[in-house]
Write a protein that binds this ligand. Structure first.
Ligand SMILES: [Zn+2]
Length: 417
């Protein structure tokens, strides 16, 4: 094995990136903005030193291709864009670690590895400006809803198609980027965990099993407005009381689900005045689980509970689905190789699901064998300027990710694909 891998260089490059893309409030690499374009230019400069072909696809994703003996390709991906006031590692850690791995592979195989190796920087993973996450990867995987995306506008009224046009992307053609996955044999993505699981277990790295499926609903309880002074307690049709009972119930539902999470993220009441019983109360419910059947049970239990609470309070309940996605499971052989790579570097490993969605989920949905590696997040926090990871863990993750890339490269060439 070549020793040309330099995890310290990755840390230095992350700091270099931070020096011109962050201000006192955090990272400002929002997709399709001048700062993001500048970031891409900086990345292209780094890639120029390598024997790679660089191009941007129909959806604005940036690809760097190191041609190998076979067209079959190992893909390493991440995203350079950030949320406004974001952290210094989310997304770009993956791209810069992949860059380092690409350097090692190019050196070790004298510019010609047994299979093709490609780095991808997905466009607009965060969806910070238009509210649509995973834009570039969902265009590439073919799951992007064109009618929905065509109507998206930012807070200044600029449409997504117009913003794309400014960076040279024709919205109507974005799905042509799917051609990039034609020879894809495997996709690997390293990411900060963005949660506290590894931190609480004092583990630097973990292998990701897949991304949670999500059920997102608005639940409305319909009662009756009544004077807060003249209406006896036993005569009320209090929509808020029924909704409030859901608050503690979702904790019991999550507990019974073994590994799922539930959140009531918003609550609005009508008429919403201090002197009236609540006539109408709408709460949002977000439920997530890695297991499809378990997620289905969580949803049924929530529906059952809402009907029970409605009946108890003499009110009515209605449900409206806001959004839904099935769980995405990663490739078992790649999960195994990811665990092995981690164990070789830090002795112990953990397999864990991902709560947030990632570009990796889109690539897996397109049928490409996929796995992610997580590195511990300090404070369990991201999308915040305090987002951080210990430098020794950053170096470890680059080394472990490189091992995973090499194992996958061998795996793909042995399979003769
Ligand atoms: Zn990210």
């Amino acid at each position: 094995m070549s020793t040309s891998l330099s995890p310290k260089r990755t840390v230095a490059e992350l700091k270099e990136l931070r020096s011109f893309t962050a201000d006192e409030n955090g990272a400002q690499r929002v997709a399709f903005t001048p700062k993001w374009v500048e970031t891409r230019g900086w990345l292209r400069k780094k890639l120029e030193a390598l024997p790679v072909e660089v191009h941007t696809d129909a959806a604005g994703n940036l690809w760097a291709t190191l041609r190998g003996a076979s067209d079959r390709a190992l893909l390493l991906g991440g995203h350079m864009d950030s949320v406004p006031n974001g952290g210094w590692l989310d997304g770009c850690l993956n791209v810069l670690a992949a860059l380092e791995v690409l350097r090692r592979i190019a050196t070790q195989y004298h510019g010609k590895p047994p299979i093709t190796v490609r780095l991808v920087d997905w466009a607009d993973e965060e969806g910070a400006r238009f509210g649509k996450s995973l834009f570039g990867s969902s265009a590439c995987s073919g799951t992007l809803n064109m009618d929905e995306a065509r109507r998206l506008k930012d807070k200044d009224g600029v449409s997504l198609p117009d913003a794309l046009n400014k960076v040279g992307v024709d919205f109507e053609c974005v799905k042509e980027s799917g051609a990039e996955l034609k020879n894809a044999g495997a996709y690997l993505e390293l990411h900060i965990e963005q949660g506290p699981v590894l931190l609480d277990l004092d583990l630097p790295l973990g292998a990701v099993l897949g991304t949670f499926g999500v059920e997102r609903h608005a639940i409305t309880f319909h009662g009756q407005a009544a004077h807060s002074g003249s209406t006896p307690m036993n005569r009320r049709k209090d929509a808020f009381l029924a909704a409030a009972k859901m608050s503690s119930e979702i904790y019991r539902i999550a507990e019974r689900s073994h590994g799922g999470v539930c959140t009531i993220g918003s609550c609005t009441t009508k008429p919403g005045i201090v002197t009236s019983v609540v006539a109408e109360c709408t709460i949002t419910l977000d439920q997530r689980h890695l297991d499809k059947a378990a997620l289905g049970r969580m949803l049924q239990e929530a529906k059952g509970a809402s009907e029970r609470f409605a009946a108890e309070g003499n009110v009515r309940v209605s449900w409206a689905r806001l959004w839904q996605i099935e769980p995405v499971l990663f490739n078992p052989e790649l999960i195994e190789m990811c665990s092995e790579s981690i164990a070789e570097i830090c002795g112990k490993t953990l397999r864990l699901p991902s709560g947030p969605l990632h570009d990796a989920a889109e690539v897996a949905r397109a049928g490409v064998p996929t796995v992610m590696m997580f590195v511990q997040s300090l404070y369990g926090i991201s999308h915040n300027k305090i987002e951080d990871t210990k430098e020794e863990h950053l170096e470890m993750c680059v080394t472990a990710f490189d091992k995973l890339a090499e194992k996958t490269l061998q795996w793909l060439s042995e399979r003769g694909l």
